[in-house]
Design a protein around this ligand. Structure first.
Ligand SMILES: C[S@@+](CC[C@H](N)C(=O)[O-])C[C@H]1O[C@@H](n2cnc3c(N)ncnc32)[C@H](O)[C@@H]1O
Length: 297
């Protein structure tokens, strides 16, 4: 991991409550980006776990597309991701993001914006409002909401070819929704966690039988995350793919396990079974009823 200054420091910004922020109806706030591995489908499971702790701060070390925090709508939150562009976008949403160009689902405009975004990255202007606005447009218009870079650090996702895209043009609701939320951009182990924080951790999926992964989150990182989470004194909820080694790891560290069927499907043998996922909890006060493993461990 590179030791560059966290993006919120590079931007040199004041992250205090946005001036003029109005109260927001939590039911109207939607995750603003398309993001791989979104966990909005877990909300019915997470809401009862979170309810007794809603006066605590919610910490998401791997916040990604904010599907969980915009679903639980905590008053106070610390939301972290190692991806600097997604965090820069949230920081600007909190401050009030201006988008001054007419976003179109058009291939030529997409590649022009991609070039401009890459020129900003090259010039060291990745933490500007313009980079945040372009990131939003590229995320909505590019292929599958992917965020991928070439070896020279250039964003290289192709045009998405969607029939229709609902661009958001007014981001005002986020300035008040995010007023009590802090955003950081660093490795999960370096976030400042307090003993009574409620942690919801959704790291990249464990991909069985590999030590290394393309996204830089291999088995060593899975073990590092599990050890780190097991040391937290407050409530913890971990979500991951229920591979046998993940189940074994969290069980050995004393977590309570509950198994869920993810809406996505896997097809090892062509039968398209639901993908098994695990919620591993600690210090939550309720023991899950179903600490039985469906993955044979
Ligand atoms: C499965 S996604 C989280 C999705 C999120 N829960 C949601 O519902 O939208 C995992 C995230 O972990 C981030 N990540 C990967 N390695 C990390 C690290 N070492 N520290 C912090 N975040 C990391 C990735 O950038 C990615 O956004």
């Amino acid at each position: 991991m590179s030791e560059t200054a966290p993006i919120e420091k590079q931007a040199g910004r004041d992250l205090s409550i946005a001036a003029g922020a109005k109260p927001v109806d939590p039911r109207t706030v939607r995750p603003p980006l398309k993001w791989a591995g979104g966990k909005r489908w877990q909300l019915p499971e997470l809401e009862p776990l979170w309810a007794p702790y809603q006066n605590h701060r919610l910490v998401e070390p791997f916040c990604g597309g904010l599907a969980v925090s915009t679903g639980l709508m905590p008053e106070r939150a610390l939301l972290n991701d190692i991806n600097p562009h997604v965090i820069n976008f949230y920081i600007w949403l909190k401050r009030g993001l201006p988008i001054s160009f007419d976003m179109k689902n058009d291939e030529r405009q997409y590649y022009r914006c991609r070039d401009r975004f890459n020129a900003l990255l090259e010039a060291g202007d990745a933490s500007t409002a313009e980079a945040a606005a372009l990131f939003y447009y590229l995320n909505r218009t590019g292929y599958n909401g992917l965020c991928r870079f070439n070896s020279k650090g250039g964003f290289n996702v192709p045009f998405g070819s969607y029939t229709n895209i609902g661009y958001k043009r007014d981001f005002l609701e986020y300035t008040s929704a995010f007023a009590g939320w802090e955003f950081t951009n660093r490795d999960f182990e370096r976030i400042p966690v307090a003993d009574d924080d409620f942690i919801y951790a959704d790291p990249p999926y464990d991909v069985e039988f590999t030590h290394y992964s393309k996204g830089g989150f291999g088995w060593e990182e899975q073990e590092r995350a599990a050890e780190w989470l097991s040391k937290h004194k407050g409530p913890v909820v971990l979500s991951n793919q229920a591979t046998p080694r993940i189940v074994k790891l969290y069980r050995a560290l004393g977590f309570n396990l509950k198994f869920l069927d993810a809406p996505r499907r896997i097809s090892c043998t062509g039968d398209r079974r639901p993908a098994p996922e695990v919620l591993a909890t600690r210090n939550i006060g309720v023991r899950h009823q179903s600490d039985t493993c469906q993955t044979g461990v």
